[in-house]
Design a protein around this ligand. Structure first.
Ligand SMILES: Cc1ncc(COP(=O)(O)O)c(C=O)c1O
Length: 363
C-alpha cells in the first residue's frame, strides 16, 4: 500500500495561483507582451528604497536572519501604535492564517467562514480537520448577521476578509463592532486586511485601534500588495499579547528571510511609493469602471486593487481568449462564481490593454 495522506488532506482542493507570465508564454507560444492582472500585485513594482536596501544586504545572505525580526518589529510597532509583543510575522499573511488555525483549532473543532471569501481560510480549516460552517455572501458581501448566528460557544475561529478577495467588498466599522458584540471572547476573530491601505472610506474600521477592546481579535496585513513585495513573502498579524504569544509557539524558526526583513524595513520608509501606488490604483479603478460601463460589463464596486467583473457568460472561454491576447486574469470558479473574473487594476497602459482585449473577446 502506498503512503496515503490523512483523509482531510485528501479532501483539499489545492490553491490555484494566478498564472505566471512565463508559463503562459510557454504554453501558448506568445511572442508579444503579456501582462499579468491575476494576483493583485502592485503594478508599479517594489519601492526603490526597498530594492536599494536589498542590494546592499545581498552579501550577508550566508547568515541566518534575525529570528525575532528585531528592527522590523520595532519600526512596524511604532508605525501601528502597538507594542512589539503584539506582532507575529509570517511567510506571507497566508502563513499567519495557518498559524492561527494550527494554534486554536483541533480536529473536529468548529470554525465559521464566508463561502466566497478568500479561499485560504477553507484550506487552512481542512488542513486542521476542522468542522466549518460556510456562510454564503449576501450580494457579494460577508453576511455578518448570518455569520454571528452560526457562532456557538464552541466556535474556535471566525475568518473575515475586509475587504474581501475576490469580491472587493468592504465591511464598515459599525458592522464589525456590532458583530464583535455577538461573538464570545473564547472565539478568535481574524480580520484579514490585506488590501486595507488602498481604502479611502472613512467608515472602514480602524481595527488595530479597536484591538484594545477585543483581546480575541487578530488583524492581518501584508507587504505583498500595496508595498509591492509579494515575491519576498512577508505578512503579519497584530493582536493582544496573550493571543500572539500563543500563536508564536507554532512559528518555525527563521520563517522571515533576511531579504524580506531588510526590504520591508526600507519599504516602510517610502511613503511616496505608497502614495503613488494608491493614486495609480484609484485612477485605474475609475478608468476601468467607466470603460466597463461603456462596454455593458457588470462589475462589483471594489475597495481593493482588483475588480470582480461579470461578463455573464462562462468565464473559462473568456479567460482563455484573454490569455491568447496576452492578458492574464483570474477565473474564480473555485469560489463558486461561474461567470465572474477577477482583474487586478494595473498601470494605465495595462488597463487600456485589458479593456481592448475584453472588447475583442466579448464583441
Ligand atoms: C484577502 C487576502 N489575504 C491574504 C492574502 C495573501 O497574501 P500574502 O502574500 O501576504 O500571503 C491575499 C492574497 O491574495 C488575499 O487576497
Amino acid at each position: 500500500m502506498k503512503p496515503q495522506a490523512r483523509p482531510n488532506i485528501q479532501g483539499i482542493s489545492p490553491y490555484i495561483p494566478g498564472k505566471p507570465i512565463e508559463e503562459v508564454r510557454r504554453e501558448l507560444g506568445i511572442r508579444g507582451q503579456i501582462i499579468k492582472l491575476a494576483s493583485n500585485e502592485n503594478p508599479l513594482g517594489p519601492s526603490p528604497k526597498a530594492v536599494k536596501a536589498l542590494r546592499k544586504s545581498l552579501k550577508e545572505i550566508n547568515l541566518y536572519p534575525d529570528d525575532g525580526c528585531f528592527a522590523l518589529s520595532k519600526k512596524l510597532a511604532a508605525k501601528l501604535g502597538v507594542n512589539e509583543d503584539q506582532l507575529i510575522f509570517g511567510n506571507g499573511s497566508v502563513d499567519v492564517i495557518e498559524f492561527i488555525t494550527k494554534t486554536f483549532v483541533a480536529p473536529g473543532d468548529h470554525v465559521v467562514i464566508a463561502e466566497g471569501a478568500f479561499i485560504m481560510y477553507k484550506i487552512a480549516a481542512k488542513m486542521a480537520d476542522a468542522r466549518p460552517s460556510l456562510i454564503p455572501l449576501k450580494n457579494y458581501v460577508h453576511d455578518l448577521d448570518a455569520m454571528a448566528a452560526a457562532v456557538t460557544p464552541q466556535t474556535k475561529v471566525v475568518y473575515i476578509a475586509n475587504p474581501n478577495n475576490p469580491t472587493g467588498t468592504m465591511l464598515t466599522e459599525a458592522q464589525v463592532k456590532a458583530f464583535m458584540k455577538k461573538v464570545p471572547e473564547s472565539c478568535v476573530v481574524v480580520f484579514d486586511e490585506a488590501y486595507s491601505e488602498y481604502i479611502d472610506r472613512p467608515d472602514f474600521p480602524d481595527t488595530i485601534k479597536l484591538l484594545k477592546d477585543w483581546p480575541n481579535a487578530i488583524v492581518l496585513h501584508t507587504f505583498s500588495k500595496i508595498y509591492g513585495l509579494a515575491g519576498l513573502r512577508v505578512g503579519y498579524g497584530v493582536g493582544s499579547p496573550e493571543l500572539i504569544s500563543q500563536i508564536r509557539k507554532v512559528r518555525l524558526p527563521f520563517n522571515i528571510s533576511l531579504s524580506g526583513q531588510v526590504a520591508c524595513l526600507a519599504a516602510l520608509d517610502d511613503s511616496k511609493h505608497l502614495a503613488r501606488s494608491k493614486k495609480l490604483n484609484s485612477q485605474g479603478r475609475e478608468y476601468l469602471y467607466q470603460q466597463l460601463q461603456a462596454l455593458g460589463i457588470a462589475y462589483v464596486p471594489s475597495e481593493g486593487n482588483f475588480i470582480l467583473i461579470d461578463p455573464k457568460t462562462d468565464s473559462m472561454p473568456v479567460f482563455t481568449a484573454l490569455q491568447k491576447l496576452g492578458v492574464i486574469v483570474r477565473p474564480v470558479k473555485n469560489y463558486g462564481y461561474q461567470t465572474e473574473l477577477r482583474v487586478t487594476i494595473g498601470t494605465a497602459r495595462q488597463n487600456r490593454k485589458l479593456i481592448g482585449a475584453l472588447k475583442q473577446v466579448l464583441k
